[in-house]
Design a protein around this ligand. Structure first.
Ligand code: HEC
Length: 257
C-alpha cells in the first residue's frame, strides 16, 4: 500500500493514483548519480550496435536509400524529417515502418514493430541523424497536413474513465507543474527534446524504449485505451509530438528516468 500512503500523505489531487510506481517520484540522489554515470556510458549503446549489425546484414545503407529514393549521403538529413510521406508507401510513415518496408522489399519476413530487430534497427538508423536538427515538415503535402490535424485531435481528445487527454498533462499552461512529485514535461522543450531523444534508455525499466511505446506507457498510466503501434492514429500522434521538437538536435540514444 505504499503508493496509497504516498498519495494520502501528499493530499494529492484527483490525478493521484494514476501513475505506476515507476512514475511516482522524481529522481533520488542515488538515481541522479547513476544518471550522471549513464550519460557517459549509455547502456542502450549496445542496442544501437546490435541494430547496426542487423541493419547491415538484412538491409544495408545503399538498398535502404534506394528504396526511399534518396542518395546514401543525404540519408541523415532525410532521416531527421520522419514521420514523413514516403512515395513507395503512398502514405505518411515512421522510420520504423520504412525498415519493415525495406525488409518486405527484399523478400524477407517482416518483423513486428515491437520486435527486437525493428526496435534496434530503428534506433541505429535514427542515430545516423545525430546532431541534425529535427526537420519534420507538417505542411509538405496534403498527407502531412492531414496527419498533423489528426495527431492534434488525438492529443487533445479526452478519453478513458477519467476523461484525460495528453493535453491534460502536457499542455503549455500546465507543463512544469507537478503531478505529485513528478514534473510534467514540456514535450517540445530543448531539455526534453522528446522526439529527438527516443529511442531512449529508460532507467526505470532498464531497457531501451521507443517513442510510440513511451506514449503507450502514458496512455496506460492515465487509463486511456492504448492506441496500437503502427495505427494511423499512433503515426499521427508521432507527427504531432515530433513537430513540437522541430529544430532541436537529434541525440540517440536518449537517457530518461
Ligand atoms: C496523467 C498525466 C499524463 C497524461 C494524461 C499523459 N502524460 Fe505523457 N508524461 C507524463 C509524465 C509525468 C511524464 C514524465 C515521466 C518521467 O519523467 O519519466 C510524461 C512523459 C511523456 C513523454 C516523454 C517525454 C520525454 O522525457 O522525452 C512523452 C513523449 C509523453 N509523455 C507523451 C504523452 C502522450 C502522447 C500522451 C497522450 C496519449 C500523454 N503523454 C499523456 C504525464 C502524462
Amino acid at each position: 500500500m505504499r503508493n496509497f500512503s504516498i498519495c494520502a500523505a501528499l493530499l494529492s489531487i484527483s490525478l493521484c493514483g494514476l501513475l505506476n510506481a515507476d512514475e511516482q517520484l522524481s529522481m533520488s540522489d542515488s538515481d541522479k548519480a547513476m544518471y550522471a554515470e549513464m550519460v557517459e556510458n549509455n547502456p542502450a549503446a549496445m542496442d544501437i550496435a546490435d541494430g547496426e549489425e542487423t541493419f547491415n546484414r538484412l538491409i544495408g545503407e545503399e538498398a535502404y536509400a534506394k528504396m526511399l529514393g534518396v542518395k546514401a549521403k543525404d540519408l541523415p538529413k532525410y532521416i531527421a524529417g520522419f514521420p514523413r510521406f514516403v512515395k513507395p508507401a503512398g502514405k505518411v510513415v515512421t522510420l520504423a515502418q520504412t525498415l519493415q518496408m525495406a525488409m518486405a522489399d527484399r523478400g524477407q519476413n517482416v518483423p513486428k514493430l515491437e520486435s527486437k530487430e525493428i526496435v534496434t534497427m530503428s534506433a541505429y538508423v535514427k542515430s545516423l541523424a545525430n546532431d541534425q536538427k529535427t526537420n519534420i515538415d507538417v505542411k509538405a503535402n496534403k498527407q502531412m497536413k492531414e496527419m498533423m490535424a489528426l495527431g492534434q485531435a488525438v492529443f487533445e481528445e479526452r478519453r478513458g474513465g477519467r476523461g484525460l487527454s495528453c493535453n491534460s498533462c502536457h499542455s503549455p499552461d500546465i507543463v512544469g507543474s507537478r503531478l505529485r512529485m513528478q514534473p510534467l514535461p514540456d514535450l517540445g522543450a530543448k531539455e526534453t527534446a522528446a522526439a529527438g531523444t527516443w529511442p531512449a534508455y529508460r532507467m526505470t525499466q532498464s531497457a531501451m524504449v521507443t517513442l510510440d511505446k513511451r506514449m503507450q506507457q502514458c496512455m496506460k498510466n492515465a487509463l486511456l485505451a492504448e492506441i496500437p503501434l503502427g495505427s494511423k492514429e499512433m503515426v499521427a500522434l508521432e507527427v504531432y509530438v515530433t513537430n513540437k521538437t522541430k529544430g532541436n538536435a537529434i541525440q540517440i540514444p536518449g537517457l530518461k528516468r
